[in-house]
Design a protein around this ligand. Sequence first.
Ligand code: SER
Length: 325
Amino acid sequence: MKNILVIGGTGQIGSELIMKLRALYPQGTVVCGYIPAAPPKGILLESGPAEVVDITDPQQIAAVVDKYKIDTIYNLAALLSAVAEAKPQLAWAIGVGGLYNTLEVAREKGCAVFTPSSIGSFGPSTPHVKTPQDTIQRPETIYGVTKVSGELLSDYYAKRFGVDTRSVRFPGLISYTTLPGGGTTDYAVDIYYSAVKNETFKCPLKPGTFMDMMYMPDALRAAVEIMEADPTKLVHRNSFNIASMSFDPEIIAAKIREYIPGFKMEYELDPLRQAIADSWPDSLDDTCAREEWGWRPEFDLDAMTRDMITNLCEKLQIPVLKLEK
Ligand code: SER
């Protein structure tokens, strides 16, 4: 049986991960931990328990862990990269202070902990093409600093206290359920909304800006599979490179045009996001994840594009486009 607490449960990842975990572990309890500013709604609220869990308050985490006999915590609370630059102190308080609170509760109460890291944990001095698993991590964003700190702290708690911490470095995540908030890779979500609404997309990044991206179903599967992996096979823990596709704005726009030929994109650069994107890898090497726990992505750019367009049309009540080429 699994009793799981998802902190940051109403965010882009959490809102979908909770539904997947509730389906996977029907005998267990999957608690949606949220902050009052972002309460759960609809099916997320109706399908299971929800509790206020502010990650900066260790007592709140501990109380919910006790109440539901939680054995696994998915710590998804974070400020994304661009918004974190506007609020670096809060980004640290949530990203590192919050993780410390979570790890301490996990140490005392024997929980496993998943905390995502990111392509943002790398920086300008990292090799940018096929970035290796173990390489230079000197990020220049506060988001990246919190992610590298989180990787180190999580490994420390595993080695020093035996806390079962595991993690993957997520690429930019693309989904149609809940919008990301304030990241550098958000453009790759926003572009689909503009396309199905027949609006001209204003792209904040210049042509040639390559980053790793992933469709949400693959990301959710990675989060579950790493926590289910046989621990004796894990050489690494915090955190595994995972990858499925790498593209720049021109490539994703061209792919969308295969299905929506009239789609228009203009460039309106955001200097902050451009600088962040330029400091991140173009593509990650995920060999270790493939070898140590059998990671395999299922969606490529074409499959993701078809699925995004179909689902966004339904969500936005736009007549569903015929997707035959
Ligand atoms: N999607 C994140 C961001 O853009 C990176 O992990 O901030």
